[in-house]
Design a protein. Sequence first.
Lengths: 349, 266
Amino acid sequence: MSERNHSLSPRLLPVAALGLLALVTRDAPAEPPVGWRPKDFTGAEGVGFRLAARATPTELRAEDSLTLTVRITAVGPYRRPPRRLELSGLAGFRQFEIAVPSSESPDRYLAADHAWEFDYRLRPRGPQANRIPGFTMSFYNPDVPFEEGRWQTTEAGPVPLRVLPRPPLTPDQAEGSFSETALPSSLYRFAHGPSLLRSDRPVEMPHGAFLILAVGVPPAAALAWVAASRSWIFTRRRRKLSPAARKALMAIQGADRSGDAGAAAAALASYLQDVIGIVPAELTPGEAISRLAQADHPLQCGAELAAFLRTWDALRFAPDGWTTGTELPATAERIILCLEANRWFSPLS
Amino acid sequence: MVFSPLLSLLLIADTAGGPPLSLEELAAGADQACEEALAVRDGPRAPMLFRKAAKRYENLRRRGLDSALLERNLGNAWFLAGDVPRAILAYRRGLGLGSHDQALRDGLEYARAHVRYVDASSFGRPPKDGWLPAWTRTNATVLGTLAFSLYALAWALLARAWITQKWLLLAAMALAWAGVAGAAGILLAQVGHRQKDTALPPVIVAQDGVLLRKGNGLAYPPAHPIPLWRGVEARRRFVRADWVQLELAGGEVGWVPRQALVMDEP
């Protein structure tokens, strides 16, 4: 009695494995992989799809519009419908200007045929665009057991066109105010040669350090000018005395050498009367200070004069006369120089 | 100008990946193409030849040159080639470099007159940049020099008035300060305009019937029912893949496909 062999033949093992695989995967349909998808994948998932294209009109002039209708038909059960195919990136369509579609959704769904139609508005750029090229669409068929076989492609054939050149317009055919004769002459003016080889820098805020210098230098210079002019004026004052002052100073210096305080006082009195307009003998020291202040002379001059007057009064009424008061000539000289120095600042001078 | 076949061959070799041409050779090539186009300016081949000249001028830009004169050439060439959007973009770039160039302003104004608008509203209309009178559109260097000179003069007048106490000088100083304020104000306006161009560069719509959408995809509804036409000017806010967010002169914001625009690549 022979034993019955219940084991499978080795040749049937792959088939059995396929069958097992089909059983395992049958109730869990595969998803299209996210990582890699063909560029012409429109999202369609199903057993099969057919792609076709037609154009209306097929005879037109360059830059006139035509409508390309792309029809995608499901040839069996499908899980997901197709979306709009992107044509503008395809090499063959560069000769057409493709209007941006208003929506990704199909323009029509033909339920009886299980077909979706998408309209595209195209404009041939010239007579050389004599056909709409063929193009493909990829779809995902999850029923194929092997992953490599699930990506499938369908193709639409080219659509021949007859594109005629546009006749040149004459000015009387042009609409609106634009006419070739109205083109401004500046449109035909072109720069040539080395002038094209330079680069212009756009307007920018200047660098911070440059800005600080530009803003700071003029006021600093103005301040320096004011300071320099003051010192220059003072120097000029010292060098350039009025004739009355020079005469009085000479008399005072002579009086100082001879020890005659009275002569120094007389010289000062004469100067004050001639230049300032005050008679010292008629003034008290306080009145002298206020008279000089009214004439915008510095208080220092007034104080010196008041001290001089007090000394002067004491000496002229002293029993021994002008024999004392040897400091009077120096005081008189200081008073004259003080008044002369201020003379340049006086708004009355 | 003598047409140079050798130069043409060199230019072909350059575009075919040969050794790079010098800037002088590129400029000579562009000039040659321009002369060829001007020779037939009224003929049917003129737009094609002007397009060729415009592409040669673009080569100079790609090599890093940029000036108001070059942009004026580009704008004129693109316009005469029939590409109004590229012409407007070139004129706008040129005015950013030399806002005092009257030829650029004339070209821009003329190109803008060829842009269609669907209705009488302000939607999609170009920005109003004419608030400054024409006499203020001077070279920034000239304006800056004038402002600095008036500024220095104002301080000098103040110092002189202080020294001599003559009040008439203070009146002259006040006039000088007014001049400084005016010149500095115009300069600041020019700088501000330039900074805005840098932050939100200009873009031009290159196709007819483009809708502004609320998002970066065809699935988003339109943000505005009125479509935009070729030549409408806007500013670029964001770029996401193949979609660009725009801001129109009237403040409207929306997304359009990148292919529908002419713009300088970010």
